[in-house]
Design a protein around this ligand. Structure first.
Ligand code: BTN
Length: 258
C-alpha cells in the first residue's frame, strides 16, 4: 500500500480553519514535542502541526519513553488556549482519535483514563499534552498524539500496557495520510465545540472504559485501589475507595483490576 506523507498532501484542501495550515514534516526526529515547543516559543501560528515518520526519543506520559518506529503516526499540534481550557485538551485529543479510527477503519476504540486509546484491551494510541505557563497564563499548549498504524505491535517488545496497531487489528494496512487528515479535522471540530458546550466532556466521560471498574490508580508515588466512580470536568478521576471515602486523582495512571 502507498503510505506516504508529504506536507502538500496533508495540507491540500484540508477542511479546517487553522489546524494543519502549516505542517512541518520530518522523516525522523527525536521528538515532535520538542520541535513543536521550540516553534511555539518562536511564535508559530496556532494550529501548526509537526509530524515525523519516526522518532528516536519519543516522549510518553509520566516521563516514559514512547516508541515510534516507521509505520506509526507521531504528531504534535500547537495551540494557544485560555488556561481554563487546558484540561479539555486531553478530551479533545483522545476523542478525535476515537472518531478517526472508527470512521476510517470501523474499529471501535475505548479510552482508558485519562487518555490511552484502546482496542480490545490493548493500547493503540497515546496522548500527551504539554504546556508553557507563565504568571498564570498559557504561553502555549501542545497536543502530542502517537498512533500505532502499520506495524507489528509485538515488535515493540515488553511495554507497560499490552499494545496493538490498526494493521494488527485489521490484517491489512491503513493509509496514514487519510488518518492524519481526518484527525486534524476532527481535532479542530472538537476543540471549537469544547469552547461552547459540555458535549466533549460528556462524550469523553461516556467513552471511558474505566468507569464503574475496580482499578488500581497510581499518582506520583502513591497507589490507591477502589471503584472508578466518575470523572470531573477538570479531567480528574473520582475513586471510591474500599473504605467508602472518595479520592480525587488529578494525574496518574490506572490498571483495571477485573
Ligand atoms: C503516552 O505515554 O501514552 C503518550 C504518548 C505520546 C506520544 C506522542 S508521539 C507524538 C508526540 N511526540 C512525542 O515525543 N510524544 C508524543
Amino acid at each position: 500500500m502507498k503510505d506516504y506523507l508529504t506536507q502538500d498532501s496533508i495540507t491540500r484542501d484540508l477542511a479546517t480553519r487553522f489546524i494543519g495550515h502549516r505542517v512541518i514534516l520530518y522523516s525522523k526526529t527525536a521528538s515532535t514535542m520538542e520541535i513543536a515547543r521550540r516553534e511555539a516559543i518562536k511564535g508559530a501560528i496556532e494550529g501548526t502541526v509537526v509530524i515525523s515518520n519516526e522518532q528516536s526519543a519519543g516522549r510518553g506520559r509520566l516521563g516514559r519513553l514512547w516508541l515510534s518506529p516507521g509505520g506509526c503516526v507521531a504528531v504534535s499540534v500547537i495551540l494557544y488556549p485560555d488556561i481554563a481550557f487546558l484540561p479539555s485538551l486531553i478530551m479533545v485529543a483522545s476523542l478525535a482519535v476515537v472518531h478517526t479510527i472508527l470512521d476510517i477503519t470501523g474499529l471501535q476504540p475505548q479510552i482508558k483514563w485519562p487518555n490511552d486509546v484502546m482496542i480490545g484491551g490493548k493500547k493503540v494510541c497515546g496522548v500527551l499534552v504539554e504546556s508553557g505557563v507563565r504568571d498564570g497564563n498559557i504561553d502555549y499548549a501542545i497536543i502530542g498524539i502517537g498512533v500505532n498504524v502499520n506495524l507489528e505491535a509485538a515488535a515493540l517488545g515488553e511495554l507497560s500496557l499490552p499494545a496493538t496497531s490498526l494493521s494488527d487489528e485489521l490484517g491489512r494496512g491503513v493509509s496514514r495520510l487519510e488518518l492524519v487528515r481526518r484527525l486534524l479535522v476532527e481535532m479542530e471540530r472538537l476543540y471549537l465545540s469544547a469552547h461552547s458546550s459540555e458535549a466533549v466532556y460528556r462524550e469523553w466521560k461516556d467513552s471511558l472504559e474505566t468507569l464503574g471498574r475496580r482499578v488500581r490508580a497510581r499518582s506520583g508515588d502513591r497507589v490507591y485501589e477502589g471503584i472508578a466512580e466518575s470523572v470531573d470536568k477538570d479531567g480528574s478521576l473520582l475513586l471510591r475507595r474500599l473504605d467508602g471515602s472518595l479520592t480525587r486523582i488529578l494525574a496518574g495512571d490506572v490498571t483495571l483490576q477485573n
